[in-house]
Design a protein around this ligand. Structure first.
Ligand SMILES: Nc1ncnc2c1ncn2[C@@H]1O[C@H](COP(=O)(O)OP(=O)(O)OP(=O)(O)O)[C@@H](O)[C@H]1O
Ligand SMILES: [Mg+2]
Length: 471
């Protein structure tokens, strides 16, 4: 254990002197300096007066000010104060309120000393890590990215240039790239900068609409043209007149529909399903796909003539792993937006955590990165994302449960060390001390009933009573 922890101060707030005593004993066995408060009011006053303890253990049920209220006072006096709530009643409400008001974690009474110690160790480590992050200067100011497309890598600079070039005309643009690379974002940006920006932008996901419905969706239908067509309906092309249509996942479009798209591109005309009238539309088409259209053309599943019509200009969106230098900017951008939208309170990222984010390969690209940042910002305690709050799958340290909720098996030797130290310090025989502690826990769990405690431990009632007396 690093030296700094020897000096760590832990405040124990409980109106039960026995709990304060036993908790102090467990904690001081590890070299922590323990100070005590006998009520919520006193605990809050001690935090307000300072110096701030490194960690507070706070009982939920106390006469006078309860733990949840004290937690709120403590956190408003010092938003960074780490607090662990203690409760004998593991109700959903207590757990939810504890986390809502910013507790680091909560622990069940009667205590499992191993859990208390591993919790204290986790919390103090988090305290040190949060301090180490210190001042944080985000790499971007969201106001500079009103487009929403973040990145300054050379590959992204090239993308920006092409966007600029295609906005002046009505040229058809094919946007390719892996899932989550920002294809739709680019399509919207082209539209926003074009002379069509005051007219609609409509995105149609060709993969999400069944083949038998897509034509009606795009071109509309006349009343009675098929079962269920009880009224006439306008399609996206008519609704979008003067604007821009974004045909997303165009590689999933049926060949019959492809033919009709070709007709729009060549003649600017559509026909509603079941209709005979030819309708002129003025719509710019942008398309996107993450399929290999060239291979589909060879396999004759994509029309070659449509392919060339769509592919006048191509924008290839780079995968995130091809532009890792953009990752910190995207992370900061997401975080600041989350804070602005009050979806998260955490605005900083520890350098080690940022390194994990930069190193990961991001098969889901920016969308996956956004999700990871969001999730980590929500579960992070304190004011920074640390490695431990990042998902294990990407190289972080957080499983689905919050940090400290389960004492990992690796902590058992450490816990035994603590028990051993406490036993040695207990005055009486070390083995008797351990036995007494275990029996005391069984009794607490059994609500003081020696018969039930005996059952828990698989010993006789007489053995329980003998050890409880410390004989
Ligand atoms: N360069 C970027 N900067 C900031 N956010 C981005 C960037 N690129 C993508 N995003 C965000 O990532 C998410 C996915 O982007 P988008 O929907 O444009 O990807 P896509 O390529 O269309 O994905 P799919 O192929 O899965 O449809 C969106 O929330 C978008 O705002
Ligand atoms: Mg998309």
């Amino acid at each position: 254990m690093p030296d700094s922890k020897q000096a760590a101060t832990i405040l124990v707030v409980d109106d039960d002197a026995e709990i304060r005593y036993s908790l102090s004993r467990v904690l001081s066995s590890r070299g922590y300096q323990v100070i005590e408060a006998a009520s919520g009011e006193q605990g809050v006053a001690m935090v307000r007066k300072g110096p701030a303890p490194h960690l507070v253990f706070l009982d939920v049920r106390m006469g006078g000010m309860g733990g949840i209220e004290a937690l709120q006072h403590i956190r408003s006096a010092n938003p960074r104060q780490l607090v662990v709530l203690m409760t004998a009643f593991g109700t959903a409400q207590t757990a939810i309120e504890a986390m809502k008001y910013g507790a680091f974690d909560y622990v069940m009474k009667p205590f499992d000393p191993a859990k208390v110690l591993s919790l204290a160790q986790n919390a103090l480590q988090a305290h040190a890590d949060l301090r180490a992050v210190g001042d944080y200067k985000p790499s971007v100011n969201p106001d500079d990215y009103r487009e929403g497309i973040v990145g300054s890598s050379p590959v992204m600079q090239d993308v920006f240039k092409v966007i600029g070039q295609v906005t002046a005309s009505d040229v058809t643009v094919m946007i390719t790239g892996e899932s989550g690379t920002g294809k739709e974002l680019v399509a919207r940006s082209i539209w926003k900068h074009s002379h069509r920006s005051s007219k609609p932008f409509i995105a149609v996901n060709c993969a999400a609409i069944p083949d038998n419905l897509i034509e009606s969706e795009l071109f509309g239908h006349e009343k009675g043209s098929f079962t269920g067509a009880t009224v006439q309906r306008l399609g996206k092309f008519e609704l979008c007149d003067g604007g821009t249509i974004f045909l997303d996942e165009i590689g999933d479009m049926a060949l019959a529909t492809q033919t009709k798209i070709l007709r729009v591109l060549q003649q600017g005309e559509i026909q509603r399903v079941g209709g005979t009238e030819t309708i002129r539309v003025d719509v710019r088409i942008l398309a996107a796909t993450n399929k290999d259209l060239e291979a589909m053309v060879k396999a004759k599943t994509f029309r070659e003539d449509l392919y060339y019509r769509l592919n006048v200009v191509r924008i290839r969106m780079p995968a995130l792993r091809e532009r890792t230098e953009d990752i910190p900017q995207i992370v900061d951008f997401c975080l600041q937006n989350l804070v602005k939208q009050r979806k998260a309170r955490v605005g900083k990222v520890a350098p080690e955590a940022m390194a994990v984010l930069v190193r990961y390969a991001w098969p889901g690209n920016v969308r996956e990165l956004e999700n990871v940042v969001y999730r980590s910002a929500v579960i992070a305690q304190g004011d920074a994302i640390l490695v431990k709050y990042l998902p294990i799958e990407i190289g972080g340290g957080s499983a689905a449960v919050p940090a400290g909720a389960a004492a990992p098996a690796a902590d058992l030797p450490a816990a035994l060390d603590a028990v051993y130290a406490a036993a040695k310090a207990s005055g009486g025989g070390a083995l008797e001390f351990v036995e007494r502690e275990i029996v005391a826990r069984a009794l607490a769990e059994a609500g003081g009933d020696p018969v039930a405690a005996a059952k828990i431990l698989g010993i006789t009632k007489a053995a329980v009573q003998k050890r409880a007396k410390g004989a």
